[in-house]
Design a protein around this ligand. Sequence first.
Ligand code: CS2
Length: 490
Amino acid sequence: MSRLNTETIHAESVQQRDLTVPKYRRESVTPGIVHLGIGAFHRAHMAAYVDDLLAENPGWGIIGASLRRPDTRDALAPQDFLYTLAIRDASGTRCRVIGSILDVLDASSQRSQLIETMADPRIRIVSLTVTEKGYCHDPSTGELDQRHPDIVHDLAHPEAPVSAPGLIAAALDLRRRRGLAPFTVMSCDNLPSNGRTARRIVTRFAELRGGDLAAYVANVAFPSTMIDRIVPATTDADRDLVREITGLDDAWPIMTEPFTQWVIEDHFPTGRPPFDTVGAQLVADVEPFELMKLRMLNGSHSTMAYLGYLAGHHYVSEAIADPAIHTLIRGLMTEEAMPTLPMARPVLEAYRDQLLARFANPALKHRTWQIAMDGSQKLPQRLLGTIRDRLAAGQGIERLALGVAAWMRYVTGIDEAGQPIEVKDPLAARLRQLADAAGGDAEKLAKGLLAVQEVFGSDLPLSPAFTEPVTRRLRSLLEIGAKATMGQVA
Ligand code: CS2
């Protein structure tokens, strides 16, 4: 079997396969974007939009960078950085080869080359999908965490940064010293006002670095975006399926759904490609779209991840097929999230129904365990923001409180059969310590976890309207389990 690469995609045998390949001459594409965090989501989302526009706009190729591990580079380099995007639903799987990524740099071993690339005048956008924890911020305040080990390192070694803020600052400083205009920083992560959050983090980092950098950063644009596409982690079974369809070996194909959405704040003083010609929405204010997506899609996802995992569902499609979970999630969106959102009710109802159908996609093996990751970084914008708005309006939070209680139950690291749960979270050790100290007592466990200020801030732990339902639901989860507890929620 041949390996996917520039030659093999044009082989006669492959031409007869059901495979879409890039329509543009790749050798005429030049880099215009550096993307930090070249993970599966970016490769299913932004890289596909850019792939669609390169034929008419060849100056916007992507140079990707992995901040932590060389895996993506190692997988894609032998493929000339081509990969297969497998778009799946109940009707089948459609494969297309994406060619918009021209190179992938491994920041841990190619740091200087990455910074030099970001300082290349042809690069007009630096975009990010570094996940919530990649911003090195306090999730409850959105401020830079100056005690974060990567930030401490990068302030001591500004020429050899390991964090996203540090890399961006180093590249901007190089452009400043060379008298070059800055690039635009475009966050594509699931954070509220992600552009403003990125600006706050990079600005604070520049201030701490000192010199003239902060004044230069003041002229950098940080547009916000709302990004949406469901992208489960790739498995060997996925690789086998892609090989069967395309006749080519792809070391790291990406599996996704037909649905994709990208809403972008149109603020690119250094220029941008015509994203709107390939389906993205360019708007003045992204916030309503961000809130809707974070609170309805991601809030439902996290609630389903914890309750679904505890109830024995490995995949989202299995969890949403469970009548108790379907009722809970539909109710959470309808009764508790939608009333906090500015969009018209019919728009929200249609979005809710579309989400329920997307969650049910039988062709996507989206693990509840994968979504459960990094809950300490996700809960603030997915559940707690909605809770604060509901409490301020004097409204109930029963379903949202159950979602928070399910996270608390999950981070104990032991499931309902007494088996270990592999809890992946930057705060995992601290959370487990708090759980062990509570010894299975709901009040002690809730109290201990509510004291984690990075997650709950200083307000919610003092609000009985919040702590009472959370503690009550947690006690139920510990005593009668997730399935029985969900049965109690209308
Ligand atoms: C998911 C998101 O893993 C998770 O936390 O909730 O990656 C989700 O699939 C995307 O935001 C969908 O756009």
